[in-house]
Design a protein around this ligand. Structure first.
Ligand code: NAD
Length: 406
């Protein structure tokens, strides 16, 4: 059974490659009216702790990254983790805010000629100090900036979600192939010990035959408007919580099940007269059926009390992760045959540097990427199926590569 399930989840193989060659399917209605978006300078996020002294310079064979977008995640999570990575360093920064460029550049010891505005980004093409670009911009800007980075001849590590439509993902993959440069999506849970052990346990049928997956990623967003916060602006955030948070549940459902869903039904909700949800959804909930007969319930919300949870229940036991995909503090329990064990396979904080090391290895040694662009594309196809199912109120049937049938 397990082999049958896992066969359906092969990424980047024939099915994905073949479907790329097909004509580009029109994006779901939600994705069509996003309007023009562009990268602009923003204030320094709150609570940023810059290094007291610049990190040691990278060794001569270390891979140099340009960081594009100096927001909360780049400054608080990823940039400090470069020191823990084995062969990666920050070689350049790109921001639309000159004050942030100066403060962050000084703190990280970035040379003045490696501090770029969005307008001078193209100059990185001739800069041998930069091998790769890490894109940490709002999600609606990922495709454009990844494609620009490929045009400059650089490898790309792109934040999740890969983009806001499968058509954008296809363009990014095509640009990566044209430039003969690597593309990886920064799905950090694939480098986090609890999630990695969960994948292994499920591949070994540790809960018997899989029957049910439930996963939820939610929190309650403070009052805000699209003008104040890109996360509620459809042009930059798509449908909202699904692309931002629900993607973790979507991913967990796939790597716990080890197979692609064959059908999806879904519903969305947005309250009236709430500026947070003028352009995006408040909740997105979907129900999946897998070829094995297992089902999944995936929920995400920007307007309910916080939860980060994934659970797989089989015929003989259950595997529960709560929190499942946070930055730290993962907890995992395996119930099996009347026995209940808490599993602590390692420190979750290794996930950040782990993905950098993995990408560096792929760049240097041409090793396969665990979270390639094809995986990001697959996930956008599933999100489009979820929105299409919710918009029509009908069950959407899927091909094995996640494209909608019929
Ligand atoms: P943020 O709002 O803190 O930062 C976004 C940054 O992008 C801004 O500071 C600014 O430097 C830049 N920017 C350029 N043009 C902009 C525009 N038009 N509007 C707003 N900002 C603009 O956001 P964040 O939380 O750092 O998220 C950035 C990316 O990282 C998103 O794609 C998000 O999904 C991803 N992310 C990933 C994780 C993870 O765990 N992997 C966690 C948080 C965010």
């Amino acid at each position: 059974m397990v082999e049958t399930r896992r066969r359906f989840l092969a990424i980047g193989g024939g099915a994905a490659a073949a479907s790329l060659a097909l004509s580009i399917r029109p994006a779901a209605a939600l994705m069509q009216d996003r309007g023009a978006v562009r990268a602009t300078g923003q204030d320094m996020p709150g609570n940023v702790e810059l290094p007291a002294s610049p990190p040691e310079p990278g060794s001569s064979d270390s891979i140099g990254f340009a960081i594009v977008g100096l927001g909360g995640y780049a400054l608080n999570q990823m940039m400090p983790r470069f020191e823990q990575a084995k062969g990666a360093h920050i070689a350049a920064i790109v921001s639309g805010n000159p004050d942030k460029l100066r403060r962050v550049g000084d703190a990280y010891g970035i040379p003045a000629d490696a501090r770029h505005s969005y307008e001078t980004f193209g100059n990185i093409a001739g800069d041998d100090r930069i091998d790769a670009v890490y894109i940490a911009l709002p999600s609606g800007l990922h495709a454009e900036w990844a494609i620009q980075a490929f045009a400059a001849g650089k490898h790309v590590l792109c934040e999740k979600p890969m983009a806001l439509s499968s058509a954008e993902c296809e363009r990014m993959i095509a640009a990566s192939r044209r430039a003969d440069r690597k593309l990886m999506i920064a799905y950090r849970s694939h480098f986090e010990p609890h999630n990695m052990q969960a994948m292994e346990l499920m591949a070994q049928d540790a809960t018997g035959q899989l029957r049910l997956i439930r996963a939820e990623n939610s929190y309650r967003m403070q009052p805000t408007t699209p003008a104040e916060n890109w996360r509620v602006d459809r042009a930059l955030a798509g449908g909202g919580p699904l692309e931002d948070l629900g993607i973790y549940s979507l991913q967990a459902a796939l790597y716990l099940a080890g197979e692609m869903p064959e059908s999806i039904s879904a519903s969305t909700f947005k309250p009236a007269d709430d500026p947070r949800f003028a352009q995006i959804f408040a909740h997105v909930s979907s129900h999946w059926r897998f070829p094995s007969g297992a089902v999944a319930q995936i929920a995400t919300s920007y307007d309910s009390a916080g939860i980060n949870f994934a659970e797989a229940r089989g015929t003989t036991g259950a595997l529960t992760l709560k929190p499942a995909t946070s930055y730290s503090g993962q907890k995992m329990t395996l119930e099996s045959g009347g026995d209940r064990r808490e599993l602590s396979p390692g420190d979750p904080s290794v996930q950040f540097a782990g993905q950098l090391d993995h990408f560096v290895d792929a760049i240097r040694n041409n090793t396969p990427i665990r979270t390639p662009g094809e995986m990001g594309l697959r996930d956008l196809r599933l999100m489009e199926a979820i929105y299409a199912a919710a918009a029509t109120g009908r069950t959407v049937h899927l091909n094995p590569d996640g494209t909608m049938r019929g």
